[in-house]
Design a protein around this ligand. Structure first.
Ligand code: MOS
Length: 750
């Protein structure tokens, strides 16, 4: 029998909307973030950032800074304590191959904004002021930060990044088929470099405990990663470093890897033997990870009915000089569309910046923008409706994985239900054919896709004799609802109320779990919590069976259900024992279990798992001003079981808004002469604000999947994927202008 998460078979909480259990703590300010924890001996670090992008430090003069009253120490590469980098081979859990950046290591400058000094003072303002007095003399070289200048040097990643599938070998003969195809198009696509800009800046508070141990509050999507970094780099023992991060103000991938403020805060705390906090400024948030530029070419050849004859997708993505950052950019084209002749390639070009990193749906945002814009172009070239073209080439199996079938793929339902809700059948396909007053109206659509993954995770559950359950593990809640869904799963598994359950996350003393990322947290931590609760339930059941005159004597565990705080014989509510009575009768104060859950290897041997979406967008564009208003979005999502429709809807809305940002606004502008991102603040790096966002309608289509016992596929990324292409396609429909380089700004429309 397939085990469902709820042994009652009744979903009391799972599958129903529930507000975030952490909402009140956040709304009242009780929720504390990494830069808000205090210690009596707290000192404050302020980072001095490199003014050049490439070269070396010739001299660094800290005397004036050190002379400021209240300044405790200025750390540079010249006086860096030798306690760091005891494990020279440190690699974090989500790092690409290469040599991770080492702050204050030597005089080399590898990128603009690189930390060159840390000023530690009694208070923040003193540290900030003194930091302006640190004088750095550089010997500068000309940086190269434009990957389009480096195409001749593009190379195949020498080492594969763990978890990232390289493009499959080509099949058929894509170029011959392209030449022979009656309809063909070949275009270049590009998106802007984007920075994550979570609301909470990166921050670390290292509390010096006086006995050689440290309590660290770090802005990270998984505390185990920070702990691994600190133990590896500083030669500390796991027990000596407790890392916590109960709340995150967003991450979008910027918090997957430990960043330099963590290193600097620990370095200073160890040396000064006191607590240190380092908070990065918003402009320093532009001095590390970002979504890389990628130059893409898509070539499509089809017959006159729109059946693809040739599919080629080539990409060159930017990386740094010290790491081969890789993401899946081109594979999506062949995941989405069936074709006999396919060639996919992905290469890297090294620029003089920090290493790019994963940013919400890394690679998919990039590659799907290209293929889904190209498919819209093919729809016009063949005269087919964009949905009809997609259905004509609909893939029934994953060609990038030797043709393995999808465990589930309800994308057709996304097309149907999304189109229906949007009113797609009222669309006149002719560009510039729909208008309202002085505004051109455009309707566009696109498909989204993301891999559904699961990671080995553990979780602990503990039920006490007062009927309260605590569950949790070390993963982070990005703010998206992990606390809430885990509470729902735990409550249902043991038949308790939401109020009976406390979920704890973000603490290395809890059961070990990976970073929250990749849309894998619901499946991974959710299954682990369910298993741990199930284990606790079985232990209490055994106690209940031993009670004198137990109504459960001689009943098998498989036959009982947990409901209303009781264990009852399924279908016979008269025969039951309360959990609390069972524990009290046995004189047991607490029943605990830790369980681990990981990918289902049998399932994965047979099936591939992806989430899908169909995104429909309406734009209204002022014909004279070129100003785009995005008036309506319908996003229809196939992502397996939806644990909580309320937090799930918010996840998708967030993804869609971020997709709107990448389509219309977000752009980190590099001055290639200086090798520096110039708009490193939220005044000049534009993200959508409330006034930019109108109707966003989210549909979850029914989809049953068996990749994990919960049937969930994850929602963190799918909302953003495809959104930018849908916007670009709507802009084309409105204006007749095909814009292949994001963001779509007024200058490109007019
Ligand atoms: Mo996400 S880019 O895996 O945080």
């Amino acid at each position: 029998m397939t085990q469902t998460f709820s042994s009652t078979g009744r979903d009391t909480f799972v599958g129903r909307p529930h507000s975030r259990v952490d909402g009140p703590a956040k709304a009242t300010g009780l929720a504390k973030y990494a830069g808000e924890f205090n210690a009596p001996d707290l000192s404050h670090g302020y980072v001095v950032s490199s003014a050049i992008a490439k070269g070396r430090i010739v001299a660094i003069d800290t005397a004036a800074a050190e002379a400021v009253p209240g300044v405790i120490r200025v750390f540079t590469h010249e006086n860096r304590p030798r306690t760091a980098w005891l494990d020279y081979n440190y690699q974090d859990a989500v790092a690409p191959p290469g040599s991770p950046f080492r702050p204050l290591y030597d005089d080399t400058i590898a990128y603009s904004g690189q930390p060159v000094a840390l000023v530690v003072a009694e208070d923040f303002d003193t540290a900030r002021h003194a930091a302006t007095l640190v004088r750095v003399d550089y010997e500068a070289e000309a940086p190269e930060t434009d990957p389009s200048k480096l195409l001749d040097l593009a190379y195949d990643p020498p080492k594969k990044r763990s978890g990232i599938k390289p493009p499959p070998k080509p099949w058929g003969d894509a170029s011959a088929a392209y030449d022979a195809a009656p309809i063909k198009l070949r275009e270049e696509y590009r998106l802007a470099v984007e920075h994550h800009n979570p609301m909470e800046p990166h921050a670390s508070t290292v509390v010096y405990e006086g006995d050689g141990t440290y309590t660290v509050y770090d802005k990270i999507q998984g505390v185990s990663n920070s702990q691994g970094y600190l133990t590896g780099v500083f030669g500390l023992k796991k027990d000596d470093v407790r890392v916590m991060n109960p709340y995150l103000g967003g991450g979008f991938g910027a918090g997957l890897r430990p960043q330099y403020q963590l290193f600097l805060a620990m370095l200073a705390a160890r040396e000064l033997k006191r607590s240190v906090r380092v908070v990065l400024t918003r402009d320093q948030m532009f001095s590390f990870t970002y979504r890389p530029d990628a130059l893409q070419t898509v070539s499509l050849g089809s017959d006159r009915d729109g059946a693809l004859q040739s599919l080629r997708h080539d990409a060159v993505g930017a990386t740094s000089r010290f790491e081969d950052y890789q993401e899946v950019v081109v594979n999506w084209s062949a995941v989405l569309y069936g074709c006999e002749n396919v060639a996919l390639s992905y290469k890297l070009a090294q620029v003089d910046t920090f290493s790019p990193g994963d940013m919400r749906a890394p690679g998919a945002v990039t590659g799907v923008f290209a293929i889904e814009t190209a498919m819209d172009e093919l729809a016009y070239a063949t005269g087919l409706d964009p949905i009809a073209l997609r259905l004509k080439n609909y893939s029934e199996s994953d060609a990038t994985a030797e043709g393995k079938p999808f465990g589930s793929k309800a994308l057709k339902a996304c097309f149907t239900q999304g189109a229906d809700r949007f009113g797609w059948d009222r669309r006149n396909p002719e560009p510039r054919s729909m208008r309202e007053g002085k505004e051109l109206v455009g309707w566009g659509m696109a498909t989204g896709v993301w891999e559904s993954m699961m990671m080995q995770s553990s979780a602990r559950a503990a039920l006490t004799a007062d009927g309260r359950l605590e569950v949790g593990n070390s993963t982070g809640d990005l703010g998206t609802g992990t606390y809430t869904i885990l509470t729902q799963i735990a409550a249902d598994t043991l038949g308790l109320t939401m109020e009976d359950v406390t979920t704890k996350l973000g603490d290395t003393r809890l059961a070990e779990a990976p970073v929250a990322g990749g849309s894998w947290t619901a499946a991974s931590s959710g299954t682990a919590v369910m298993k741990a609760c199930r284990n606790v339930g079985e232990q209490v059941f055994k106690l209940a069976r031993q009670m004198e005159g137990s109504p459960l004597a001689n009943v098998d565990f498989e036959r009982v259900a947990f409901t209303d705080g009781r264990i009852e014989v399924a279908g016979d509510p008269g025969r039951s024992v309360s959990l609390v009575d069972a524990m009290r009768a046995a004189g047991v104060e607490s029943v605990e279990a830790t369980e681990s859950a990981g990918p289902d290897t049998d399932f994965n041997a047979k099936y591939e798992a992806y989430t899908h979406s169909a995104v429909f967008v309406e734009v209204k564009i002022d014909e004279e001003l070129g100003q785009v208003r995005l008036t309506r979005v319908v996003s229809a999502i196939a992502a397996g079981k939806i644990l909580n429709p309320k937090t799930a809807r918010s996840q998708i809305i967030g993804g869609v808004v971020m997709g709107i940002g990448s389509a219309l606004e977000e752009e980190s502008m590099m001055d290639h002469r200086l090798g520096r991102f110039m708009n490193h603040n939220l005044g000049e790096y534009h993200v959508p604000v409330s006034a930019d966002i109108h109707d966003i309608d989210v549909i979850f289509v029914d989809e049953e999947d068996k990749a994990n016992p919960l049937g969930v596929k994850g929602l963190g990324e799918i909302g953003i994927v495809g959104t930018a292409a849908a916007v670009a396609n709507a802009v084309y429909h409105a204006t007749g202008k095909r814009i292949r380089h994001l963001p779509i700004t007024i200058d490109k429309i007019l």
